[in-house]
Design a protein around this ligand. Structure first.
Ligand code: FA5
Length: 335
């Protein structure tokens, strides 16, 4: 058989092979150490005169390499589904994506509040100083600003700023979701009830309950004759629906936030008997209402800001808030 014929035959045999065994038989037929057709041809070179050796050696070597490559290619193709190879092999598992547990929690929270007739509002993560602080009754020199360690953005054209008279807007990564309250009130008239879940940032040391990048759930309800009793009802109803089947003990602790009066902090009792703070809340401060041109004699309301990581930690028994943003798939896949 001449080399051209061998090459043609082997190509069609490989093409038609339907299993790993058939491919192996082809390999032995042509490349087998004993009596493989190509192997034999290579051996015969030894007896050739030098001129022929030079001529045929490389041709046969190339044929060998081509056949090896064609077999390899077919083997790889065999891992695609149309190669009826070892049909007894178990199927390959198809990897599917997972929602981060924080996204999952956020979705649950949205659904619950929509069921309580709240609208879901979005707000920017890169925020103006005015919305994150000033309009929330926290002027520039107010000591309460120190409650929120802030990532500030470099001022626009900062190298020129020294000599410029114009006061430029200052930007930051929002330290809480409360600025969304102001943005919403500026453009809407009461009564209304909204929530706004989203990403927040703080320039602070991390531990098992603190991350630099975390998530909050803001809530705001403005109407006539709204009181803290309304807040208490809503928050307890939310917890009842969120922690399905798990009875949680809640404590309201008097606290201070410049944008509410009175202010409270909300704690939940953990299984180990310790309390975990999940959020702040209170009655919207009259100064905040005035800042958005609402008449505080006519309109009142409550606001709250919960930590979404904290809620998820309690619901799913996660011991460390830093796991959520760790990118560890072993963790994410559990949800
Ligand atoms: C606030 O951010 C207020 N804006 C909450 C508020 C809204 C009060 C409306 C009154 C009215 P505070 O800094 O306490 O408050 O944060 C609220 C919650 O966010 C905390 O209770 C906690 O659950 C969560 N939180 C705060 N810092 C972190 C952090 N570094 N990592 C994870 N969660 C955090």
């Amino acid at each position: 058989m001449d080399l051209e014929e061998i090459k043609k035959n082997v190509a069609s045999e490989i093409e038609q092979a339907r299993s790993g065994d058939e491919l192996e038989a082809i390999r032995i037929k042509y490349l087998g150490r004993k009596q493989g057709l190509i192997t034999e041809a290579l051996k015969s070179i030894a007896d050739m005169p030098i001129e022929e050796k030079k001529k045929f050696g490389p041709i046969i070597q190339k044929a060998k390499a081509d056949i090896e490559a064609a077999i390899k290619f077919k083997e790889n193709e065999g891992s695609s589904d149309d190669f009826i190879g070892d049909i007894t092999l178990p199927g390959r598992k198809i990897e599917s994506g997972h929602l981060n547990p924080i996204t999952k929690t956020e979705n649950e929270v949205r659904r619950i509040f929509e069921g309580l007739n709240f609208s879901v509002i979005d707000g920017p993560e890169l925020e103006e100083e005015k919305y994150n602080f000033d309009s929330l009754n926290i002027p520039a020199d107010h000591p309460a600003r120190e409650m929120w360690d802030t990532f500030w953005l470099k001022p626009e054209g900062s190298s020129l700023a020294k000599n410029s008279v114009a006061v430029k807007k200052k930007y930051l990564l929002r330290t809480h979701t409360s600025p969304v309250e102001i943005r919403y009130m500026e453009t809407h008239e009461p009564p209304f009830q909204i929530i706004s879940p989203g990403r927040t940032f703080r320039y602070e040391a991390t531990d098992s309950t603190h991350e630099t990048n975390f998530h909050q759930l803001e809530g705001l309800m403005i109407g006539r004759d709204i009181s803290l009793a309304n807040f208490k009802f809503i928050v307890e109803e939310f917890f009842r629906r969120f922690f399905v089947g798990k009875k949680v003990t809640v404590r309201f602790r008097s606290s201070y936030f410049p944008f509410v009066e009175p202010g409270v902090e909300v704690d939940i009792k953990l299984d180990n008997g310790k309390w975990l703070e999940v959020g702040g809340a209170g009655m919207t401060h009259p100064n905040v209402l005035r800042a958005v041109k609402y008449n505080p004699r006519e309109w009142q309301g409550f606001a709250f800001g919960f930590g979404i990581e904290r809620l998820a930690m309690i619901k799913y028994g996660v011991p460390d808030a830093r796991l959520f943003m760790s990118g560890d798939l072993k963790f994410t896949k559990k949800f």
